[in-house]
Write a new protein. Sequence first.
Length: 308
Amino acid sequence: MSIRINGLNKNYGTQKVLNEVSFEVKPGEVLGFLGPNGAGKSTTLKIITGLVRPDQGDVTVCGMSVNTNPLACRQKIGYLAEHNPLYLDMYIPEFLRFMGKLQGMKSQVLEKKIKEIIEITSLSPEAHKKIGTLSKGYRQRVGIAQALLHDPEVIILDEPTSGLDPNQLIGIRELIRELGRTKTLIFSSHILPEVQAIADQVVIIHLGNIVANQPLSQLEKADTQQWIEVEFELPGFEIAPVCQLYPDLQYVQESTTRWRFLSPADQDIRKIIYSESIRQSLPILSLNRQENNLEDLFRSLTKTPTKN
């Protein structure tokens, strides 16, 4: 039931959309895929579901390669797209029946499953209505219902809480948490509190690069961490020697001369940066330490580089 993403690269023309994207989702785990708009979230999810082919890299779903066995992988996946595609003139059971037939479900099994899924997604009070008359929250539930209809082992939800009011948010959050108990689940968002409320594991993507990949419990320790900001006079700083001393060090290169390093609050890496700058003959213009919190961490990791 696991998903393994390995070295995904994707270009659209001259634009680099994904750059060596790799992470793993384990069975029974809810992974929050976090990043600002345009970070590469939807492209990654479309590659996982087999809707888009990567230029390089592969995805394995339940041990099968999406590149070589896309149909079998899709049968294991339930998918809610970012722009929830629904037939607004259909009633909820009618729409689910149509989707089930497209998936080759037999009528007797399908009818039983429709009733079960309507109950699981709390759509029973609205089941007599056309989809076009439903609120945004209930439409999202219909989208999730079609993703669950064939009882997939893996569920992928792209921005499932987008545009919902506070009451609708709570309902969808509870549904996602419940589904995550028995399924392998990825949901994407650009809203940090949404990920905090639901996820076990967090992957943050920015400009096509994975900038964080860790359990939420570790990410929430951000207030015990600090950012070291450094600006060199010239470009060309070699990061490898620093990473050899601190293998778990996280960093962001904001421009050719500006770097930000995340380290524990009790581990001051300014000395090693200073020593490396001397060894590499790169004068330092500024070197600062800033204590960090979770919001700061997300903003720093997803900050767009300054254009000179």
